[in-house]
Design a protein around this ligand. Sequence first.
Ligand SMILES: [Fe+2]
Length: 283
Amino acid sequence: MGRPHIEFIAAQNLPWDHALPGLARSGVEVKVLSLDDGNGAASGILRYPAGFSMDGSHWLDATEEFLVLDGELELNSRSYGAHAYANLPPGYTRERMSSPRGATLLTFFDRAPGAGQGAPPQVDGIELVEYLDVVRMEWDSTGIDPGLAFMGIKRKTLRRDHTRDQRASFLIATAPHNHPKDWACPALTHPCVEECFMLAGDLTGPQGVLHTGCYFWRPPGIAHGPFGSRYGSLSLIRFVDGKHVNVWGDAALPYSYDVPHAPVLPPHLAAFGAEPYRGFLPW
Ligand SMILES: [Fe+2]
């Protein structure tokens, strides 16, 4: 089935649901950003209420990847605060989860997050990232495509599978006042999904201006850009189901910061994304 092209939606305009199909975490609310109707893979914002507590050893059938947006989640013996990150493959055992003060987590499941039955499978050691304090990580800009040098990109690699299809997740920062040289640049295409959630700032492309809380899911093979930023941006970007390769178009396309709001949305999101979000909630 796969997920439809969503480019883009403001999380603030989406409703809180009381559950995510398959996920048994009592009291946790979710904003579904994208959902694969076939296998239940989902990206969303999970809100753990203050006082959340879940005792009892359990594991999931799915990989759970998350970045804490605010608050604090206790998982096993660790405390995950703002901008802590983890990637927990199937079979990873949760002895205890709690959130005394509440927490909001940007969360990705690679299939329906049902509770695993019986003995857990061996955890994939390549995929497992138990804990990163992303704020303390060093920025890196090695290997950035020279064609994107104008964006002043800095990166923190959250996960990267070098041995299989090179799936990867990054935190990406772009510089203020970045735009293509002479205000024109070709479009880009990737042979994999590109997924993005805006943590701060702005990113302007042909579909409009993405601010904090905006999200896109772009299937493989869709030409996109040019992009730039007036004030700079911080985003979490994932490359899913394939290797991230930049394939540049031939024709330079004109670029501007002043573009109308024109998102590409599937029918079920059209009403939520018709207007840009103009309030002050972060997500
Ligand atoms: Fe891209």
